[in-house]
Design a protein around this ligand. Sequence first.
Ligand SMILES: [Zn+2]
Length: 324
Amino acid sequence: MKKSAKTVLILFVVAVIAAAVALIVLFPPVVETGYEEKVDALSFMENTRETAVPQTEIYNLISDHFNSALPEGKTEKKAIVIGYDGCRADTFTLLDSEHKSAVKTLLADGGHAVFSYCGGVNMPEINTQDTSTAPGWCSMLTGKWAETHGVYKNYQPKEIEPKTLLISLIEDGKIDSSAFYVSWAGHFSKPKATYINELNYIEENNINSVFLRAENDDGTKANVLADINKADCSDFIFLTLEYTDHNGHATGFSLDNPNYTNGFYSADETGLEFIEAIKSRKTYENEDWLILITTDHGGIRRNHGGPSVQERTTFIVSNKEIAQ
Ligand SMILES: [Zn+2]
């Protein structure tokens, strides 16, 4: 190498290092502090992050509900899962505010709340599936982790087996109908969507399950309320609201971000509208409802999928006891 070429190379390397140092000084990486302290101080949680239940517990709660005997005076079982997509557990520190809240209402009415986790294994193990939308909801709907259902990340279609509760409860004769209300296209509205095979199976086998995608959360809300307000509403309703996930990706998953906290308030107010609609049903007194609120994953900075405690810690809130 000629001397001049060598000098140019050295200058270039020095310039690159200087630029990198300048970037780190000007834009230091966001290190989030205080998350653990905040969630650990939530006095109404019935377990700890260390004893968190796997998010697959949602499957067991729903199965047990439909497999148990009807309580005295009840003639029909129903269940709803109200999903707040991408809702961090520390949003529960916002519950003392003035906002209407499904979580607060369930707890005030004798409900229960526990920490759960996504990602396949609890902290401090490293996650075995992405802390993302498709693996998360799929683990709840099948009661299995990705090693069984095969959905390790988004846009990885699940085979027919293991079937979700939306189908299996009908095929097992536990319920007559189910419904899946979303706005995210990755569930069943794109070629590589998670439940595209299951949707075909439903259509081919005339199964009484509605998979309906709206353009946005307003549309999902309208679809869910229309169902609940029907005299013969779906026996099992599963829905996801994107307020928190959408705002987190747009501007940051953080309680310091008003856009994110407003996303939580919107989700939790909408959740309460669903609960109030259920309680307003003419046949409500004769129905035995299981009402669950949960999330698929948390988030950090503008993303999720990884192994941080902010992404992996989730929650389950129920109007009924959560066995541990
Ligand atoms: Zn999600």
